[in-house]
Design a protein around this ligand. Structure first.
Ligand code: FEO
Ligand code: CA
Ligand code: CA
Length: 661
C-alpha cells in the first residue's frame, strides 16, 4: 500500500505533501553538471553497456530488437502490455490460482461467504492483500522444489471491495460512518500472514488441507519484542508493562527468507493504524511526527484503546519493525527484531556475506526516506540452524549516502557515535532504533524516491534497489541518485560491494534503469533500446533473483491512464549489451499490483501475489470509484455475487522445465 493508494483527505496535512523528512540533508543543485559527471563515471567504471542504458531510447535502435531477443537470457515470448479483467501470462505457461482471499487455511474454517463475513471465520481463512511470498523447501523431502511451505504477507484491507454496501470509509466526508465492530474484527483478522503447506503433483500445485504447519497470524497474534529496544520504557503500555510483548503485526509488505529457515516479515505503513490527533504536548510528539503517527487510515482506535495515541501513548513505538517467524513451528512466538530499526520497512531480503555474517537490506518506503543495511555481529552457523535463533538481535544498522562520484557510504547508527548522543535525545541504542529516521537524518543519509524492495544477487554480489516513484521531488531537490524531478515512474539502483563484501563501509553504485515510457523524451527513461513497447515499465516495487541469477521486477502503480498498461512481472537484463532491457512475462488483472515474485529452487515455478484486484485506475479522474458492487474486475472467480479476491498464482511451464529457459 502506498500513500497514493490510501491517503484519506482528513489525515492529509499540508506539511505532509513534501514527505515527512524535514531534515536539511543536502541535495545537489546543478542538474546538468551532475548528469555529465555521472556519465563520465559510468564510462570509466562500467564501460559501453552501461552507457547505452543511459542514452535516449530512440537514438540506439541499431542494436536490433530481433537480435536482442535471440541473445536474451530470458527465453519466452513476450506478453503484450495492456489491461484486461483477466491476468495474462507468456504463451506456453500456466498461471493457476493457488489460494484466494477467504480460502480455508485452518481446520474449522467455513466456506467463504462474502455476505456473511465474521472476524472468527476470517481468522481461519486466507487473509486479504497477499504481498510477500517466501518458499521453504520441506525438510527431508525427496523433491524440495515440489513440496514446501509458502509464507504469505497480508498487507492491508480494502473495505470498499471487501464488504457489500460499504464504499471507502476513510474519506473525510464519510468518516467511517458505516464501520461496525464486526467489520473491524474482519479487517484485523485479514491482516498479518499465512503459512501454507503446498505440493506439486502431476505438474500442478495445491495447498495441503489440515496441514500441521498451517498458520494464520493477524493483528492480534502475541509476539515478543527482542533486541536493543526490548523492555524499554518507551515500549511499555498498560496491557504490557514489560515492554516485551505485543499483540499483532500490521501492514506487512515485503520480507525475506533467512538461510536458517525463518521468515522475515516487515511492518510498513504502521502509522495509518493509529488514531486521534497529536499535539506538541504528546510525549512522543517529535518521534511520531517524523513517522506520520497518527494517520487515521483505519478506525480500529474507535473500538480499542491501544490504537488511540492519547489513551496509549507508546503503542505506536511497538510497530514498524521486522518480525521473524519460524514457519516450521506453528506454536512458535513471532519476534519483533528491534536491532534492524523502526521505519516503514518495505522488505528484509538478505545475503550471507563472505565472512559468514548475515546482511539484511531494507528500504524505508516513503518519499525522501532512506536505504538501510543491517550486518549481524556473528556469522551464520550453517551446521546448527537453531544456533541462529537470535542472530538478528546483535549487529550494526547503517544508512546509505549516495555520492555523486558513484560511491555509496554506509553510516552506522550506533549510540554514542557521532551525533547519536544524549545531546540529541538518544540516551541509548534503544532510542536510536525507536527513532531510526531521526538518527539517520543526523548522519546525512540521502533522501530517496521511495525505497521499496532491495535484493542481493548471490551470483554477482550486486544489490538492486527499487525506487518506486516520487512525484513530489522538485527540480532543486534532484541529486545523482534521484536524478529526475517529479519522478512519476521510479528507477532502479545497482550497488556493487567491493570484492563482494556486503559489510564494507563503501560500495559503488549506478542507475540500472530509469523507468517509464522511453519513447517520450520528456519522461527521461533509460531502458536499453532493445526493449520493446511491452518491455518497459514504471513503478518498480518488488524484485526477485531466480536460481540462475536473473532479475525479475514486479510493479505497483501502472494503469491505463498512467502507462497504458497493467502492473506485472518483467524480466530485466542486468549484464552485457542487453543490460537494462525489460521483457513482460505476466500481467495483472485490472486494478491489481503484483507482489511477491518467488521462485522454487529448481526455477520451475514462479509464485506471484496479485494484490487489490478490482481497484479503480487511481490516476484517471473520470474513473468511477471501485466498490464491492462495481469493481474493475471480478478476478479470479468472475461470478456476479463474488467480489474480486487477492490471490496467489503459481506459474509453471506447460510440459515442465525452468521458467524462461
Ligand atoms: Fe507496501 Fe512499499 O509497498
Ligand atoms: Ca506496493
Ligand atoms: Ca511493496
Amino acid at each position: 500500500m502506498t500513500e497514493e493508494h490510501r491517503q484519506p483527505a482528513q489525515a492529509r496535512e499540508k506539511s505532509e505533501d513534501a514527505g515527512r523528512n524535514r531534515s536539511d540533508n543536502p541535495t545537489l543543485g546543478d542538474v546538468i553538471a551532475t548528469r555529465y559527471e555521472r556519465r563520465d563515471v559510468l564510462k570509466g567504471a562500467l564501460g559501453v553497456a552501461a552507457i547505452s542504458a543511459t542514452l535516449p531510447w530512440a537514438a540506439l535502435g541499431a542494436i536490433g530488437r530481433a537480435e536482442a531477443q535471440e541473445n536474451s537470457r530470458y527465453i519466452f515470448k513476450e506478453v503484450e502490455a495492456g489491461s484486461t479483467p483477466e491476468h495474462v501470462v507468456a504463451e506456453g505457461y500456466d498461471a493457476d490460482i493457488l489460494m484466494r482471499w477467504g480460502d480455508k487455511v485452518l481446520p474449522g474454517a467455513p466456506d467463504f461467504d462474502p455476505a456473511k463475513q465474521t472476524g472468527a471465520a476470517q481468522k481461519l481463512q486466507f487473509g486479504y492483500n497477499n504481498d510477500y511470498l517466501g518458499y521453504f523447501p520441506m525438510r527431508g523431502s525427496e523433491n524440495p522444489s515440489a513440496h514446501g511451505l509458502l509464507v504469505v504477507n497480508h498487507e492491508y484491507t480494502n473495505e470498499e471491495l471487501m464488504f457489500p454496501g460499504l464504499g471507502r470509509q476513510d474519506r473525510k466526508e464519510v468518516a467511517f460512518k458505516k464501520m461496525t465492530p464486526e467489520i473491524v474484527a474482519v479487517e484485523k483478522a485479514a491482516h498479518g500472514g499465512s503459512v501454507l503447506e503446498i505440493r506439486r503433483d502431476n505438474g500442478k500445485w495445491r495447498v495441503i488441507g489440515n496441514s500441521k504447519f498451517a498458520r494464520r497470524i493477524d493483528a492480534e497474534t502475541p509476539m515478543d519484542i527482542s533486541g536493543p529496544a526490548a523492555g524499554h520504557p518507551r515500549l511499555q503500555t498498560k496491557a504490557d508493562p514489560s515492554g516485551r510483548r505485543v499483540f499483532g503485526m500490521f501492514n506487512n509488505c515485503a520480507g525475506g527468507v533467512t538461510p536458517w529457515g525463518t521468515w522475515l516479515t516487515c511492518e510498513e505503513n504502521f502509522h495509518g493504524y493509529f488514531w486521534g490527533k497529536i499535539g506538541d504536548k504528546h510525549p512522543e510528539y517529535r518521534n511520531y511526527r517524523r513517522y506520520g503517527v497518527p494517520s487515521n487510515w483505519f478506525n480500529w482506535g474507535a473500538y480499542e484503546d491501544r490504537s488511540d495515541i492519547l489513551k496509549e501513548p507508546n503503542e505506536a513505538n511497538r510497530f514498524g519493525w521486522v518480525v521473524e517467524i519460524d514457519p516450521f513451528d506453528p506454536q512458535s512466538t513471532p519476534k519483533k527484531r528491534t536491532a534492524l530499526g523502526r521505519f516503514k520497512h518495505e522488505g528484509a531480503a538478505g545475503i550471507v556475506n563472505k565472512d559468514g555474517r548475515y546482511v539484511v537490506y531494507s528500504g524505508d518506503d516513503e518519499r525522501f526516506e532512506y536505504v538501510y543495511r543491517f550486518v549481524t555481529a556473528k556469522p551464520v552457523d550453517r551446521n546448527n540452524l537453531a544456533a541462529n535463533r537470535d542472530l538478528l538481535d546483535e549487529g550494526t544498522l547503517s544508512v546509505a549516502r549516495y555520492n555523486p562520484d558513484g560511491t555509496v557510504d554506509w553510516f552506522p547508527l550506533v549510540h554514542g557515535q557521532g551525533p547519536l548522543t544524549g545531546a540529541n535525545g538518544f540516551a541509548s541504542q534503544a532510542d536510536v532504533v525507536i527513532e531510526t529516521r531521526r538518527a539517520a537524518d543526523l548522519l546525512g543519509a540521502t533522501k530517496m524516491d521511495r525505497p521499496e524492495d532491495i535484493d542481493a544477487n548471490p551470483s554477482t554480489d550486486k544489490v538492486y534497489v527499487m525506487l518506486t516513484n516520487n512525484s513530489r521531488r522538485k527540480p532543486e531537490q534532484i541529486d545523482a541518485a534521484n536524478p529526475r524531478a517529479e519522478n512519476r515512474f521510479g528507477h532502479i539502483i545497482e550497488m556493487i560491494p567491493p570484492g563482494g563484501d556486503h559489510a564494507s563501509p563503501q560500495y559503488k553504485w549506478d542507475i540500472l534503469v530509469r523507468c517509464g515510457d522511453p519513447s517520450i523524451a520528456a519522461v527521461g527513461a533509460s531502458f536499453n533500446p532493445a526493449t520493446t513497447k511491452n518491455g518497459w515499465f514504471g513503478m518498480p516495487d518488488n524484485c526477485a533473483i531466480d536460481a540462475d541469477g536473473r532479475l525479475w521486477i514486479a510493479t505497483d502503480g501502472n494503469a491505463p491512464s498512467k502507462t497504458g498498461r497493467a502492473d506485472g512481472l518483467w524480466a530485466l537484463e542486468t549484464e552485457g549489451v542487453l543490460r537494462g532491457t525489460g521483457k513482460l512475462f505476466f500481467r495483472c488483472p485490472n486494478g491489481a499490483e503484483l507482489c511477491g515474485p518467488c521462485f522454487t529452487p529448481d526455477g520451475e515455478t514462479a509464485f506471484v501475489a496479485v494484490q487489490h484486484p478490482g481497484e479503480a485506475d487511481d490516476d484517471d479522474p473520470n474513473a468511477a470509484p471501485a466498490t464491492y458492487e462495481n469493481p474493475s474486475t471480478r478476478w479470479p472467480d468472475f461470478k456476479p455475487d463474488m467480489p474480486p479476491r487477492p490471490s496467489v498464482v503459481a506459474i509453471t511451464k506447460r510440459g515442465g522445465g525452468k521458467i524462461a529457459s
